[in-house]
Design a protein around this ligand. Structure first.
Ligand code: NAD
Length: 241
C-alpha cells in the first residue's frame, strides 16, 4: 500500500487526485496540505486530515504529490528531503528551479509541467517529425482556463525547447496563448510549408488526463533512488514491463 500526501488538496488538481487515487487499490491518501486560510483546513481527507504544514503529516506518507503554488515548492521539498520521502511536483512556473534541482541528490524528485500521457508521447515523437519537416514553419498555440497564472504554459515552453534542441538553434518559437473560460488545456503545433500544413493537437478533456499520469508516477517514484526524474522515465519504465 502506497501512502500519499497531496499538497494543494483543495485545488482543481488536488480534488481530481483525491477522486482518482481513491479508486486505486494499492494507494491511500493519508492527508493533505492547504494554505492557512483554506476552508478545508482540519477536515478529514482519506485516512487523515488537511493541515497547513507538510511537517504535520510527512511521517505518515511514502510519497508527497504537490499541485499548489510555485512559492511553496522549495519549502515542501526541503521538508520531504529531511525525511527521505520521494516528491512528485506538478506545480509549474518556478523561478527557483536551480535551488529545487539540488534536492535530486537527496531524494527521488519527479518534475513535470504536464503529466498527461499524450503530451509526453508528443515530446518523444517530435524530434523524428522535425527531421522530416525540417523546412516547415512552426508555431505553437496553447489554450487554458482563465484562472491559469502562467503564460505561456510550461508545456508550450517545453515543446519549444525540444524543437530548439532538435534544430540546434536558440531562435525563439512563436507561442500564442489563449486564456478563456474553463478550457482544461489544449496544445497545437502547426507545421506549414508553401504547399501543405501538418497539425498535432493534444486536448486534455478533463483533469484525469493529468491524474492518470500522476498515478503512474507514484508507482514509479516509490522504487527509485535519489535523482531527478521526468515523465519520460515513468513512461519508458512502464512500457518496458
Ligand atoms: P488551483 O488554484 O485550483 O489549486 C492550487 C491549490 O493550492 C489551491 O487550493 C491553493 O489554496 C493551494 N495552495 C496555495 N498555497 C498553498 C500552500 N502554501 N500550501 C498548500 N496549498 C497551497 O490550481 P490547479 O489548477 O490545481 O493547479 C495547481 C498547480 O498545478 C499550478 O501550478 C498549475 O499550473 C499546475 N498544474 C500542473 C499540471 C501538470 O500536469 N503538471 C496540470 C494542471 C495544473
Amino acid at each position: 500500500m502506497i501512502r500519499v500526501v497531496i499538497v494543494g488538496i483543495g485545488g482543481k488538481m488536488g480534488q481530481t487526485l483525491v477522486a482518482a487515487l481513491s479508486k486505486e487499490v494499492d494507494m491511500r491518501i493519508v492527508g493533505g496540505v492547504e494554505c492557512a486560510t483554506h476552508p478545508m483546513l482540519g477536515s478529514m481527507i482519506g485516512e487523515g486530515r488537511v493541515y497547513s504544514d507538510l511537517n504535520d503529516v510527512i511521517d505518515r506518507c511514502d510519497v508527497v504529490v504537490e499541485f499548489a503554488s510555485p512559492e511553496v515548492t522549495l519549502k515542501n521539498i526541503a521538508i520531504a528531503a529531511l525525511k527521505n520521502k520521494p516528491f512528485i511536483c506538478g506545480t509549474t512556473a518556478h523561478n527557483n528551479l536551480n535551488e529545487i534541482y539540488k534536492f535530486q541528490f537527496q531524494i527521488p524528485l519527479l518534475m513535470a509541467a504536464n503529466f498527461s500521457i499524450g503530451i509526453n508521447a508528443i515530446y518523444e515523437l517530435l524530434p523524428n517529425l522535425l527531421k522530416l519537416l525540417s523546412d516547415f514553419d512552426i508555431e505553437i498555440i496553447e489554450e487554458h482556463h482563465r484562472h491559469k497564472k502562467d503564460m505561456p504554459s510550461g508545456t508550450a515552453k517545453r515543446i519549444a525547447e525540444i524543437i530548439q534542441e532538435a534544430k540546434g538553434t536558440k531562435e525563439p518559437l512563436k507561442i500564442h496563448s489563449i486564456r478563456a473560460g474553463e478550457i482544461v488545456g489544449e496544445h497545437r503545433l502547426i507545421f506549414v510549408s508553401s504547399g501543405e500544413r501538418v497539425e498535432i493537437m493534444h486536448q486534455a478533456i478533463n483533469r484525469n488526463a493529468f491524474a492518470n499520469g500522476v498515478i503512474k508516477a507514484i508507482h514509479f517514484i516509490v522504487n527509485q533512488k535519489p535523482g531527478l526524474y521526468t515523465m519520460a522515465d515513468v513512461l519508458n519504465s512502464h512500457n518496458r514491463k
